[in-house]
Design a protein around this ligand. Structure first.
Ligand SMILES: C[S@@+](CC[C@H](N)C(=O)[O-])C[C@H]1O[C@@H](n2cnc3c(N)ncnc32)[C@H](O)[C@@H]1O
Length: 282
């Protein structure tokens, strides 16, 4: 497995810890298995800065937004970009007829398949893994796997964008809007540039760098980034704000007007239905 793919075991370890709390926000019964020992070692190595509460919040925010998107909008294609050790296919209450596509590096998908080989496939839904490099053409392999670009899709880009150079981030998010039918939704997260430069996070950044997974991208203006790349932004939330706290965030949240604050952003975007535009214009 590539070094960057190990970080998927790190985030899985954080989900295992949340699952094992009595007041858990979600249950990911597979997290401990897919995290393996290395995931917990990385949790120690990359400790600090609110990582564990942040990952509990991010998972909860996205779990709820994903369930809403498929229930309320009737979306039946869900694509996890850089799915890593995500096990939502097994643990979320999907409606019948949903197909979940998991995109990631080939070696990670092979390791995950081995670790989850004994898990029975839940009825009424399909899971298709697509080995890709998300900085190269990946829409071709996704189409070959069965994804229909003419139907609405839910894209989830969780825990990926900070690993990519800015141009690759822009290309990826623009590709997502260019290949999405009206009614599609994009969910994900991004950090601020100040988070990359935070003196208090130097040890964490150095460890990521030494391990071959440097964090490269952040922005203070996620709304502008997403809009520039073709999306209608419906919500951007920082952990600790209403709708993204869940009783987990231990720090104050300075207003967005305060400069040079390390921040994480959770976002919900959509491509409105054609008649949505007409109603808005009327
Ligand atoms: C921090 S993990 C996040 C995994 C999962 N989404 C989560 O939140 O737990 C980052 C993931 O990005 C994947 N990744 C990084 N660069 C990639 C690329 N160029 N193409 C495909 N996957 C990539 C890694 O393999 C890894 O699974």
């Amino acid at each position: 497995m590539e070094a960057v793919s190990r970080t998927a075991q790190w985030t899985a370890a954080a989900r295992a810890l949340e699952t094992e709390r009595e007041d858990r926000l979600f249950a990911d019964p597979y997290a401990r298995t897919v995290a393996d020992q290395i995931g917990f070692e990385l949790l120690d190595r990359y400790a600090g800065g609110g990582t564990v509460p942040f990952l509990a919040i991010r998972t909860t925010y996205l779990d709820r937004a994903i369930v809403r998107a498929v229930e309320e909008r009737g979306i039946r294609q869900v694509v996890f970009l850089a799915a890593g050790m995500d096990t939502r296919f097994f643990r979320l209450p999907w409606p019948d007829g949903v197909t979940v596509y998991e995109l990631d590096r080939p070696a990670l998908l092979e390791a995950k398949a081995e670790m989850l080989a004994k898990e029975p496939k839940p009825a009424g839904r399909d899971r298709i893994t697509v080995p890709v490099d998300l900085t190269q053409d990946w829409t071709g392999p996704l189409k070959e796997a069965g994804w229909k670009s003419e139907e609405p899709v839910l894209w989830v880009v969780e825990g990926l964008l900070f690993f990519l150079p800015e141009q690759a981030v822009r290309t990826l998010i623009s590709t997502l809007s260019a290949h999405a039918a009206p009614g599609s939704v994009l969910l994900g997260d991004v950090i601020s540039k100040a988070a990359l430069e935070n003196p208090l996070a130097r040890g964490f950044m150095k460890a990521l760098d030494e391990d071959g997974n440097p964090w490269l991208f952040g922005t203070e203006e996620p709304e502008a980034l997403l809009a520039d790349c073709g999306w209608a932004v419906r919500e951007v939330r920082q952990p600790g704000e209403d709708g993204a706290d869940f009783g987990r965030w231990p720090y104050p949240v300075p207003p967005r007007s305060v400069p040079r604050v390390p921040r994480s952003f959770l976002f919900t975007c959509e491509l409105p239905e054609a008649n949505g535009y007409e109603e808005a214009a009327a």
